[in-house]
Design a protein around this ligand. Structure first.
Ligand SMILES: Cc1cc2nc3c(=O)[nH]c(=O)nc-3n(C[C@H](O)[C@H](O)[C@H](O)COP(=O)(O)OP(=O)(O)OC[C@H]3O[C@@H](n4cnc5c(N)ncnc54)[C@H](O)[C@@H]3O)c2cc1C
Length: 457
């Protein structure tokens, strides 16, 4: 058994772990990054990147199908899933190589293998102990299944991303981010999709106005959904799946996608044995992401909160800087932007209107909503939707909520508005280029400041 001492030993090379490794190395620390599968983790190989590649292929299919509306004569002859997957895999492979190059460039000790926390300052891989002045837990998450047997025609996003055929009919269990993104892709590829969601709305964590607008848009796209519907069971045979609901009804399709959220990947990794505080598998930390045990930190999907790649990146950077003694400012969870990349896109940051009313009272809140119908670029793109700003009365913008094609790209300004606590009165004189969808953000700020330009009042 050999022993090597590092400044930081990181368990897991996903968004959170590799960001901690890169930042730690930049700060001159000796870093070990332990990864059992592939650096880049869920986001790069089974999450953000592959799903967004599929969504882009879906957009190309829709544009081709609707090309005549733009005076372009093209016919959609079909979707070749083998080629779609080749395109998707090429994107992943290029990014994976780039990331491997970065890890090598920074002289990070990359350990390929399964690690276990064996002491407050050590992780063991295949009998070798990697000792660190600090340890960062970043083991990520897995697809929850509600106890449903996964296999054959019943799948999670992991299997759905590998499919080389297109079903005729699909049932998606779960109307959250992953569920609506797959529903959107499949519909664009010609699939009859039905979403089953137990809560009263699709994307139920969003401002209700966004959920309702998405439901209207999905209805228009002929994506069916059952809200407030509870799953009871599924049976499959060679011909398809039959899903039964608690109300006694059944739905049949070729495949069932189980998209009911993600659980923390923390089982049997030695965390409990080392006394790490846990809650239902999640690792509990203070606001500085310290576990309270030894010099152990945790980042990413294993820490309760939004399970998003950019949260993991930021936490990884934060922890590396904290370990280096730079005393970075704590991350504000409510300032983390959220984008759902279905068509139309849903994007938001900060408080929903309901949360703002609860926090500041009905009289303490102001709201503006600008419809994309008056936005030139959105008209060119033929997309509907809106941008809604939620502000504190006589105070800053505290929430931005958007729906419409490509509006995810507007999240950059939205998160600056919220995180820099911008007042609409300060934003109103700033210039938004014409014709862009970004103008709708400027218009919403003008409206919140009480001087809407493109309005009838
Ligand atoms: C279908 C899908 C789509 C998504 N889309 C988006 C999106 O568009 N935008 C977004 O922000 N987020 C998205 N996410 C979420 C995002 O992927 C996660 O939030 C992010 O990957 C979390 O990073 P992490 O570092 O915590 O964990 P992970 O990325 O899961 O990485 C953990 C790593 O640790 C490794 N590991 C685990 N245990 C061990 C061990 N014992 N020894 C060695 N290695 C180990 C794993 O192999 C893995 O590589 C999506 C997720 C899915 C599933």
């Amino acid at each position: 058994m050999s022993e090597t001492v590092f400044d930081i030993v990181i368990l897991g090379g996903g968004s959170g772990g590799y960001a901690a490794a890169l930042r730690g190395a930049q700060l001159g620390m000796k870093v070990a990054l332990i990864e059992a599968d592939k650096v880049g983790g869920t986001c790069l190989h089974k999450g953000c990147i592959p799903t967004k590649a599929l969504l882009h292929a879906a957009e190309v299919a829709d544009l081709t199908r609707e090309s005549e509306q733009y005076g372009v004569n093209a016919t959609l002859e079909g979707i070749d899933m083998v080629k779609v997957n080749a395109y998707k895999d090429q994107v992943i492979s290029r990014l994976h190589k780039g990331l491997q190059g970065l890890v090598g460039h920074h002289n990070i000790t990359y350990v390929a293998g399964w690690g276990t926390l064996v002491a407050p300052d050590a992780v063991e891989v295949d009998g070798t102990r990697y000792q660190g002045r600090a340890v960062v837990l970043a083991s990520g998450s897995f697809a929850r299944t509600l106890g449903i047997d996964i296999g054959g025609r019943v799948m999670t996003s992991d299997q759905a991303l590998q499919m080389d055929w297109i079903p005729s009919r699909a049932i998606v269990l779960g109307g959250g981010v992953i569920g609506v993104e797959f529903a959107s892709v499949w519909r664009s590829f010609g699939v009859d999709v039905t979403i089953v969601e137990a809560l009263p709305h699709l994307v139920p964590n969003e401002d209700e106005a966004l959920s309702k607008a998405l439901e209207r848009a999905f209805r228009k796209r002929k994506i069916a959904f059952k809200l407030g519907a509870r799953f009871a069971g599924v049976q499959q045979d060679d011909n398809g799946v039959v899903v039964s609901l608690e109300d006694g009804s059944t739905l049949s399709a070729d495949v069932l996608l189980v998209a009911v959220g993600r659980g923390p990947a923390t089982k049997d990794l030695g965390y409990e044995a080392q006394g790490i505080p846990m809650d239902r598998g999640f690792v509990l930390t203070n606001e500085r992401l310290h576990t309270g045990v030894g010099n152990i930190y945790a980042v990413g999907d294993i820490v309760p909160g939004l399970q998003l790649a950019h949260r993991g990146f930021q936490q990884g950077i934060f922890v590396a800087e904290e370990i280096a003694g730079l005393q970075p400012a704590a991350i504000v969870e409510s300032g983390i932007p959220r984008v759902t990349y279905c068509d139309p896109e849903v994007a938001s940051v900060g408080l929903t209107e309901a949360q703002a009313r609860e926090k500041y009272g009905d009289d303490g809140v102001r709201v503006s909503e600008v419809n994309l119908a008056a936005n030139g670029k959105s008209g060119i793109l033929k997309t509907a939707g809106f941008i809604k700003l939620v502000g504190q009365k006589d105070g800053p913008i505290v929430g931005v909520h958007m729906i419409g094609a490509r509006l995810g790209e507007q999240i950059g300004e939205a998160q600056l508005l919220v995180n820099w606590e911008a007042w609409p009165e300060d934003v109103a004189p700033l210039i938004h280029a014409h014709p862009t969808q970004n103008e709708a953000m400027g218009e919403a700020a003008l409206a919140l400041a009480g001087k809407p330009l493109h309005a009838h009042n």
